[in-house]
Ligand binder design. Structure first.
Ligand SMILES: [Zn+2]
Ligand SMILES: [Zn+2]
Length: 441
C-alpha cells in the first residue's frame, strides 16, 4: 500500500474512532488508578476493544488488570502495548493520584491504533493479526515483566509502543537495566534496656546500607544504587526482630546489574554476620536494557514523518500556560531519535528481547513540562494531548498496516532481530510462582 493511500485510509479510520478515544482517555484520566489496581481503566479499554470486534481475554492469566485483545487470526501478528496506571501525588489536589506520566493517553492511543489498523486491514482485504496487550503497573516496572514470564509477547512478529512526551520521534536506545531487590533481616527481640539479650535486625539493615555506600565508589560510572528502609522496628525500647530494605540497582546491561547485585548481596551477608542476624533477599522485578531494531525503527520514523505532529493553537498555548504558570509552547520538530541510553528504566524494554520493538514518542504537552508531575497530569486531559494521542494512534495503525502489507520489510525486521538474539535465552528474572507485587514491599 502506497504511503499516500496508507495515510488516507489511516486518517479516515482514526477519525471514526476519535470520539470514543477521547472519551476513554478522559475517563481514565479521572479514574487515575494505581499500579495493579487499574480495574476500571482496564475494563474501559477491554470493553471498547470488545465492541470493536476484538476477542478479549480479560483478565489475562492471574493478573486481574492485564488483558489481551486480538483481531484476526492470520500472520503476521503485530503487538501493541498499552499502559494505564497512574502515579501518587500527581492529581489536582496534593496527595491525589494522577496521570503524571500520561498513561491515560498511552493506553488509549495504542487501543485506537489497534482498532484503526484492524479497520484498514479489513477494508484492504489484507491478512494479519493485531494484538493489544493491556499492560498494568508500568510505573512499578512489574506489569510486562510478569506478563513476559507468563508467556506474553513471544508469538508477535513485531511490537509497537509509544509514550507521550515533550518531543516527537523514534527512540531506539531505551533505558537502563535494573534489579528491584528486597532484603529482609531477622534478629532476636529483647527489651531495649536489656538489649544485650537481643540481636537487632535494624542494625543488619543499617550496616548493609553503610557497606553499600562504600560499594558505590567501586562500581562502573553509570551504575546507580538507590535504597529505602521500609521497615525498621516499632519502638526504640524494643530491639527490632525484623527489618526490611528495598534497593534498586541500575546499570547499562544485565551483566553489569548482575555483577553489582552479587556484590550488594555480599554487603548484606557481611552485615548479617557482623550483627548476628540472618538475611534473605528476593528480586521483586528485573528490567532489561532495550534491544534495538534499526530496521523497524526506520519504518516507524517514516510513519511519524508521514503524519507529523499536531498543530498547537493559541488556545492550546494559553491552556498549557495556565497549568505551567508561564508562557507555553509546543515542540513541533521531529527528532531523529536519541543515541544515548536513558538513565531511567521501563519494563517495555523486556519486550524488545521477545519481539522486534518499534517505539516512538509524540509531543503531547508543552516544552519544559516535568515528568511524573501534576503539571503533566493536568495537560494530559487537554484537547492538545488528545490530538497528540490520535496522531500516535495513526502511527501505530500505519506501521502495523505497512508490516502486514510489506513482507520484505517484515522479513528484514525479523532477520535483524534473529541476528541480535542468536545466542540469547530470555531469563524472566522473577521466579515462576512469585505473585505479582500488588503493594510496595
Ligand atoms: Zn512514568
Ligand atoms: Zn510512562
Amino acid at each position: 500500500m502506497e504511503p499516500g493511500i496508507r495515510k488516507k485510509n489511516v486518517d479516515q479510520a482514526v477519525r471514526a474512532q476519535s470520539h470514543s478515544g477521547c472519551r476513554i482517555a478522559l475517563a481514565i484520566h479521572a479514574l487515575a488508578e494505581p499500579a495493579f489496581k487499574e480495574f476500571e481503566s482496564s475494563s474501559l479499554l477491554a470493553e471498547y476493544l470488545t465492541d470493536q470486534g476484538f476477542e478479549v481475554e480479560f483478565p489475562w492469566r492471574h493478573m486481574p488488570t492485564a488483558f489481551r485483545a486480538t483481531w484476526g487470526d492470520g500472520k503476521p501478528a503485530i503487538g501493541m502495548l498499552g499502559e494505564y496506571d497512574a502515579l501518587p501525588d500527581c492529581g489536582e489536589k496534593e496527595g491525589d493520584w494522577g496521570h503524571g506520566c500520561g498513561h491515560n493517553l498511552l493506553g488509549t492511543g495504542a487501543a485506537v491504533g489497534a482498532v484503526s489498523a484492524a479497520r484498514v486491514l479489513e477494508a484492504a482485504g489484507l491478512g494479519g493479526r493485531i494484538v493489544y496487550y493491556g499492560c498494568p503497573a508500568e510505573e512499578t516496572l512489574a506489569g510486562k515483566v510478569y506478563m513476559a514470564r507468563d508467556g506474553a509477547f513471544r508469538d508477535m512478529d513485531a511490537c509497537l509502543a509509544w509514550h507521550p512526551g515533550t518531543d516527537t520521534g523514534v527512540s531506539n536506545t531505551g533505558g537502563s537495566s535494573l534489579d528491584s531487590l528486597v532484603y529482609e533481616f531477622f534478629g532476636r527481640t529483647a527489651h531495649g534496656a536489656s538489649a544485650h539479650n537481643g540481636r537487632s535486625a535494624l542494625d543488619g539493615a543499617m550496616l548493609m546500607d553503610v557497606a553499600a555506600n562504600y560499594l558505590r565508589e567501586h562500581v562502573p560510572e553509570n551504575v546507580r544504587i538507590h535504597a529505602v528502609i521500609r521497615h525498621g522496628g516499632d519502638a526504640p525500647n524494643v530491639v527490632p526482630a525484623y527489618a526490611r530494605s528495598w534497593y534498586y540497582v541500575r546499570g547499562k546491561d544485565r551483566a553489569e546489574v548482575d555483577s553489582v547485585r552479587e556484590r550488594l548481596n555480599a554487603c548484606a551477608r557481611g552485615a548479617a554476620m557482623a550483627t548476628e542476624t540472618q538475611v534473605k533477599w528476593h528480586r521483586l522485578t528485573g528490567v532489561y536494557p532495550r534491544l534495538p531494531n534499526d530496521t523497524l525503527c526506520t519504518a516507524v520514523q517514516a510513519n511519524v514523518e508521514l503524519f507529523g505532529t499536531p498543530r498547537a493553537t493559541a488556545d492550546d498555548r494559553r491552556r498549557a500556560g495556565e497549568v505551567l504558570g508561564k508562557d507555553a509552547d509546543f515542540n513541533r520538530a521531529i527528532a531523529p531519535g536519541s543515541r544515548d541510553q536513558g538513565r531511567g528504566s521501563s519494563d517495555e524494554d523486556n519486550v524488545s528481547w521477545l519481539a522486534p520493538m518499534g517505539r516512538f514518542q509524540v509531543a503531547s504537552h508543552a516544552r519544559g513540562t516535568s515528568g511524573h508531575h501534576r503539571d503533566l497530569a493536568a495537560q494530559a486531559a487537554l484537547p492538545f494531548a488528545q490530538r497528540a494521542m490520535l496522531q500516535a494512534a495513526k502511527i501505530f495503525a500505519a506501521t502495523a498496516v505497512e508490516l502486514c502489507a510489506d513482507t520484505k520489510l517484515l522479513r528484514q525486521v525479523r532477520m535483524e532481530f534473529e541476528r541480535r538474539t542468536r545466542a540469547f535465552e530470555y531469563d524472566p528474572l522473577v521466579p515462576k510462582r512469585q505473585p505479582v507485587p500488588v503493594d510496595p514491599p
